[in-house]
Design a protein around this ligand. Structure first.
Ligand SMILES: O=C(O)CCC(=O)C(=O)O
Length: 274
């Protein structure tokens, strides 16, 4: 269990992100990588059980959505001790009548040479779903992401780029003058003010989705493997309409179930048969 320190809070408020070094240990890391090795070869849109290949578009690479359905190593991440207290503190509506978390999107991302993700987001639009807020001594963010590296991600490996402090920006970064879809074709190689976050396998990047972020182009051969779990308040809905399966909801711990289904459906009793 990693405790949340005053320094964490200060840096998260200031920059909009934290780097959690050694978040996941060697055993779980090995299980996750072994699971990636066994992923079937899916075409875009194909389903594999409850998991669907739904790529983020353009050069982002392969994305397998609702990856929490892919087995126990992915379930272990739902409430992983390295980050669960932090995400609860930053976006879990703590000390309110709707306290609790919900995972509104979770996916595996595999990015090969040439892949990148254009910069997007930033505080300037005040988008409610991903907003950064601090009110009356409490963090009230609406979406906080965990990006877990399963491979080392250094220079040339397609590192995530963040623009520190941009979760509070009033003005759009000038790069946004070019439309996102145009930048999907060809992103600027450098983005003034942005920093690449270099991670070792097992490190996690925690960031509020309001921060301007994306990923630099991967130029090395091989692949970059990450998992992204997006957390938000208990009353959220999944981004793409996935519903966690009954089998998964039955299998996980009560605490994990509460993060996947904070509000169980309320239905009238089934009519008597006959
Ligand atoms: O792939 C990355 O490193 C960044 C992903 C990203 O920008 C996103 O999922 O919104």
């Amino acid at each position: 269990m990693q405790t949340v320190t005053d320094t964490d809070d200060f840096m998260f408020d200031l920059n909009g992100y934290l780097i959690l070094r050694g978040a996941v240990g060697a055993e779980l890391l090995g299980q996750l990588n072994a699971a990636f090795d066994r992923f079937p070869d899916l075409e875009k849109g194909d389903w594999w059980g409850e998991v669907q290949r739904l790529d983020g578009g353009g050069p982002a690479g392969v994305e397998l959505q609702s990856i929490v359905e892919a087995g126990p190593p992915f379930e272990a991440l739902i409430d992983h001790p390295a980050w669960i207290d932090r995400v609860a503190r930053y976006c879990g509506e703590q000390d309110t009548y709707v306290e609790g978390l919900f995972i509104d999107e979770c996916f595996a991302s595999i990015r090969r040479s040439g892949g990148f993700f254009p910069l997007h987001s930033g505080g300037q639009d005040g988008v409610v779903r991903n907003q950064f807020r601090f009110v009356n001594g409490q963090f009230r963010c609406a979406q906080v992401n965990i990006l877990l590296a399963l491979t080392d991600i250094g220079p040339g490996d397609g590192a995530t780029r963040v623009l520190p402090g941009s979760h509070k920006s009033n003005l759009a970064h000038p790069i946004f003058a070019r439309a996102f879809d145009d930048r999907r074709e060809e992103e600027d190689e450098t983005v003034e003010g942005a920093v690449e976050v270099h991670l070792k396998a097992g490190d996690a990047l925690l960031f509020v989705d309001a921060i301007a972020h994306g990923a630099a182009r991967r130029i090395h051969p091989g692949e970059r493997r990450v998992l992204i779990y997006r957390y938000g308040p208990s009353w959220g809905a999944t981004r793409h309409g996935f519903r966690y399966s009954d089998a998964l909801l039955q299998r996980v711990t009560p605490r994990q179930r509460k993060i996947l289904q904070p509000i169980p459906p309320r239905r009238p009793p089934a009519p008597a048969l006959g």
